[in-house]
Design a protein around this ligand. Structure first.
Ligand SMILES: Cc1cc2nc3c(=O)[nH]c(=O)nc-3n(C[C@H](O)[C@H](O)[C@H](O)COP(=O)(O)OP(=O)(O)OC[C@H]3O[C@@H](n4cnc5c(N)ncnc54)[C@H](O)[C@@H]3O)c2cc1C
Length: 331
C-alpha cells in the first residue's frame, strides 16, 4: 500500500457535506500522522467543488472529487464505484466512512468485493504495528467491544456520528484538488431514488448545533414545548427531546437524542425536565457543558451536570428565556 495511508470519504447531500463526514477528519488526521502517510479525502456527490475546498481546510493532504450527476442520489452501488476509483488512485491502508445509512451500505459492499477487513460503527480507533484496534458499542450501547483487524490488509472503518469532533477549518490551507472519473455499470443504475423527504426548512441540524436545548417528559405536553422552543430561540439553539417525548408524539422522532436516536456533542446541552436515563445520556455525554433544569435533585442528569437549577421548569424556563433575550439584545 502506498504513501496515502488514510482515505476519508466525504458524503454530501444537495452539494453540502454531511456533518458526520467532517468528523472523519478528526480521526483521519491522527491516524495518517501515526502511519506517517497522507490523509486523502474523497468528496462524492454532484456539484461539490466547495466541499472539496473545505476538505483541504479540514486537514486533507490531497482531495479527490467524484463530481457526477449520478452521484447526486444516495445510491450505495454508485457511491461504491467512486470509493473504488479513489482506492485505485490513492492505495490507502485505512478507508474511513461515516456510519450513515449510505456509509453503512458502501463499506461492507466494498470490503466484500475487495476482500478487505471491516470495522463497524467505531467510536475509537487506534493502530499499532500489528493491528488496527477499534472500540464499538454493541447491544444498544450496553457494552463496548474491542475489535481488531490485522495490518497488511486494507481496512474499511465506519465511524459513528458524534464520536470524533470535526477540526476547525483553516482557510489558508490550500491543497491539490483532483477530479476523479468514475464509471458505472448498467446494474449500478438499477436503483434510483424516487423521493427524498426533507426536514422542514429553517430547522437547525441537531447533530451539528453548538447549542442543544432538550425537553423531557417533565415538560408535560406538546403545547408546553413552546417554552423549550422559546428558550432555544433565545440562545440560537436547536431543540431536541427524549424518547419518552417522541413516543408520546409531542415531538418528531428525528429530534430524539440517545441510544435509539441521535448522538450530539454540542458546546452546551441544556436539559429541561429530563431525568437522564442511560439510554438518553449515551447520546449526549460528549457535550462540553451540561446544564439541567429539574425539580428532582437526585435525578441522574442533575448528578452528571456541570450546572443544575433545581426547581419547577414552568417558573424557571420563562424567566431564564426572558433574561437571556435581554442579555443578548433580543428582547
Ligand atoms: C431499548 C430502549 C431504548 C431507549 N432509547 C432511548 C433514547 O434513544 N433516548 C431517550 O431519551 N430515551 C430512550 N429510552 C427511554 C429511557 O429509558 C427513558 O425512559 C427516557 O429517556 C426518559 O425520558 P425523560 O427523561 O423525558 O422522562 P422521565 O424519566 O419521566 O423524566 C422526567 C423528568 O422531569 C422532571 N420533572 C417533571 N416535572 C418537572 C417540572 N415541573 N419541573 C422540573 N422538572 C420536572 C422529573 O423530575 C424527571 O426527572 C430507551 C429505552 C429503552 C428500553
Amino acid at each position: 500500500m502506498g504513501q496515502a495511508r488514510v482515505l476519508a470519504v466525504v458524503e454530501t447531500t444537495g452539494g453540502e457535506a454531511r456533518p458526520a463526514s467532517l468528523e472523519l477528519f478528526g480521526a483521519g488526521r491522527t491516524l495518517a500522522d501515526r502511519l506517517g502517510g497522507e490523509l486523502v479525502a474523497l468528496v462524492v456527490g454532484s456539484g461539490v467543488q466547495m466541499v472539496a475546498e473545505l476538505a483541504g481546510a479540514l486537514g486533507a493532504d490531497r482531495v479527490l472529487v467524484a463530481d457526477d450527476p449520478a452521484l447526486g442520489e444516495p445510491v450505495a452501488a454508485r457511491a461504491a464505484r467512486a470509493v473504488e476509483a479513489a482506492i485505485s488512485a490513492a492505495d490507502p491502508e485505512l478507508v474511513l466512512l461515516p456510519a450513515t445509512t449510505l456509509g453503512r451500505d458502501v463499506a461492507p459492499l466494498l470490503a466484500g468485493r475487495l476482500r478487505a477487513a471491516h470495522l463497524v460503527n467505531c467510536t475509537r480507533i487506534e493502530i499499532d504495528d500489528e493491528a488496527v484496534v477499534a472500540t464499538r458499542p454493541v447491544y444498544q450501547d450496553k457494552l463496548l467491544t474491542t475489535v481488531r483487524a490485522p495490518r497488511g490488509r486494507r481496512v474499511f472503518i465506519t465511524v459513528r456520528s458524534g464520536a470524533f469532533a470535526a477540526p476547525e477549518p483553516q482557510a489558508s490551507r490550500l491543497v491539490p484538488v483532483e477530479p476523479l472519473a468514475v464509471s458505472f455499470t448498467e446494474a449500478d443504475r438499477l436503483v434510483t431514488v424516487t423521493r427524498l423527504v426533507e426536514k422542514p426548512k429553517g430547522q437547525t441540524n441537531l447533530e451539528s448545533a453548538p447549542i442543544v436545548v432538550v425537553g423531557g417528559r417533565g415538560v408535560g405536553s406538546a403545547e408546553n414545548f413552546r417554552l423549550v422552543e422559546e428558550l432555544a430561540a433565545a440562545i440560537d439553539g436547536a431543540v431536541g427531546c427524549t424518547r419518552a417525548v417522541s413516543d408520546l408524539g409531542w415531538r418528531p422522532h428525528y429530534e430524539q437524542i440517545g441510544q435509539t436516536g441521535k448522538n450530539v456533542r454540542p458546546k452546551l446541552y441544556l436539559g429541561v425536565g429530563v431525568s437522564g436515563a442511560v439510554q438518553h445520556t449515551v447520546g449526549m455525554r460528549g457535550s462540553d457543558t451540561i446544564v439541567v433544569i429539574n425539580r428532582d435533585p437526585n435525578a441522574p442528569l442533575v448528578k452528571m451536570a456541570d450546572f443544575a437549577i433545581i426547581g419547577d421548569l414552568f417558573e424557571i424556563v420563562p424567566r431564564l428565556a426572558k433574561r437571556l433575550r435581554e442579555v443578548r439584545g433580543k428582547a
